[in-house]
Design a protein around this ligand. Structure first.
Ligand SMILES: Cc1cc2nc3c(=O)[nH]c(=O)nc-3n(C[C@H](O)[C@H](O)[C@H](O)COP(=O)(O)OP(=O)(O)OC[C@H]3O[C@@H](n4cnc5c(N)ncnc54)[C@H](O)[C@@H]3O)c2cc1C
Length: 397
């Protein structure tokens, strides 16, 4: 069977691939095909918490996340208002060293125009009245941060892309993908598509997929966990919270429940074979944290708990743009556990680059900090995504 000719093939229908397809549609490009061997949201997107915060580590991340927020607010207002809620975000720590890092972070965030303020224990109690903060804890509060339902946002992008003519090939295993006669050719069951440009947006599966093309990138898939719990009482909507000292976060979930994580495991796993069940010690860690720090949630009933796979990079920044040495091949991968909040903004920038033929200098400049060509080695490394409190040139919390 002869291959169908297309202009762009997007590989992966998570929030990254779907938002890219949406932004590519209607850009005076030829046909766009989006392929996924599963269904939209079958990867990390369908397992994510959906916290969207501008409390980030560098100005570029803040800019793309702000753009994502703008898109999510607009799309959800139009298609499903329940999928986007502005609830604010509070991150706290105790101990002089940790508070010094929080304060340094606060200064940086303000210099990037992020709406943040320092709050003391009274301010924390005011926002999280079921918490206990009488030990000198201090926090950073950002009132305009939000939560989204990641799978719904992904579906909205997918539906928008579909309506604008993007063809979806879903639920068929990939037979092959590689370079044929100067183009990228995808075979999946009865489908054979050939295009001048292809984008790998296959989440944790991207490592293997890129390696199979002969163009590996430094990626390390790792497990992270979340749980839904039902507190006995409390408000339906409350600020998302992050206890930096114990690496636990929580956000409001529908029907008066809460969603808490993180349970990140710093070892590489295979997205085909990882354990999707939550570990007992993760659930115990949540219970202990609630008892000590958030006593109003101490008796919360566990509804369900699970694990998903995210993808780490050596410098904890995504890999987005042309894959070195592979003409017409692009990456949209390596979100280090923060892909929901960045997807819409990053995908827009990548769509602009692709619409420029993949070489526009301005468009490449807008992706400069995350271009895949910044690495000269693809050697294995240990995943170390966000959520440890570090200062210096590469700060984290
Ligand atoms: C428990 C948990 C909590 C999280 N919380 C947050 C949060 O609060 N905020 C935040 O910003 N991020 C969060 N994340 C991270 C976020 O989920 C990811 O960064 C984001 O979903 C990545 O989206 P993606 O589209 O790149 O990948 P995925 O959603 O994993 O999608 C990849 C897709 O590629 C497909 N695929 C596999 N093989 C192929 C192939 N050969 N060809 C084509 N397609 C293929 C898969 O089937 C899948 O559908 C969390 C993640 C987890 C697991």
């Amino acid at each position: 069977m002869a291959a169908t000719r297309s202009e762009v093939i997007v590989l992966g229908a998570g929030i990254a691939g779907c938002s890219l397809a949406y932004h590519l549609a209607g850009r005076k490009l030829g046909p766009v095909v989006l392929f996924d061997p599963r269904t939209p949201g079958a990867g990390a997107t369908g397992r994510a918490a959906g916290i969207v915060t501008e409390q980030l580590w560098n100005e570029w991340d803040v800019e793309v996340t702000r753009e994502s927020k703008r898109q999510y607010a607009e799309l959800s207002a139009r298609w499903d208002p329940s999928s986007y809620t502005v609830n604010g975000f509070v991150r706290w720590a105790r101990g002089a060293d940790a508070i010094a890092v929080l304060r340094a972070t606060l200064g940086r965030l303000k210099s990037w125009g992020v709406e943040v303020q320092e709050i003391d224990s009274d301010g924390l109690v005011e926002r999280v009245p079921w918490g206990r903060f009488d030990d000198g804890t201090r926090g950073i509060w950002s009132a305009s941060d939000a939560v989204v339902t990641p799978s719904t946002i992904g579906e909205i992008y997918a539906e928008g892309a579909r309506r604008s003519g993007v063809e979806f090939v879903l639920g068929t295993p990939m037979t092959s993908f590689g370079r044929v006669d100067g183009a990228w050719e995808l075979s999946a069951g009865p489908h054979r598509v050939r295009a001048g440009m292809a984008i790998v947006a296959a989440g944790a599966w991207s490592k293997r997929l890129l390696r199979s093309t002969g163009h590996p990138l430094p990626l390390a898939p790792y497990r992270t966990q979340a749980a839904v719990l039902r507190p006995a009482s409390g408000p339906e909507v409350f600020p998302s919270v992050h206890d930096v000292d114990v690496d636990v976060y929580a956000r409001p979930e529908a029907k008066g429940r809460l969603l808490a994580g993180d349970g990140t495991r710093l070892v590489e796993v295979d997205p085909e074979t990882f354990s999707t069940a939550a570990d007992d010690d993760f659930v115990v860690h949540l219970a202990e944290t609630f008892a000590r720090r958030l006593p109003g949630w101490a008796d919360a009933e566990l509804v369900r708990a699970w694990a998903g796979v995210c993808t780490s990079t050596p410098d904890r920044r995504p890999l987005v743009g042309p894959v070195p040495g592979a003409p017409g091949l692009f990456a949209l991968v390596g979100f280090n556990g923060f892909g929901v909040m960045r997807a819409g903004g990053v995908a827009l920038r990548l769509a602009e680059l692709i619409a420029s033929g993949g070489t526009g200098a301005t468009e490449l400049g807008r992706l400069a900090p995350v271009l895949p060509g910044r690495f000269t080695t693809t050697a294995d490394f240990s995943p170390r995504p966000g959520f440890t409190l570090e200062d210096g040139d590469d700060p984290r919390f």
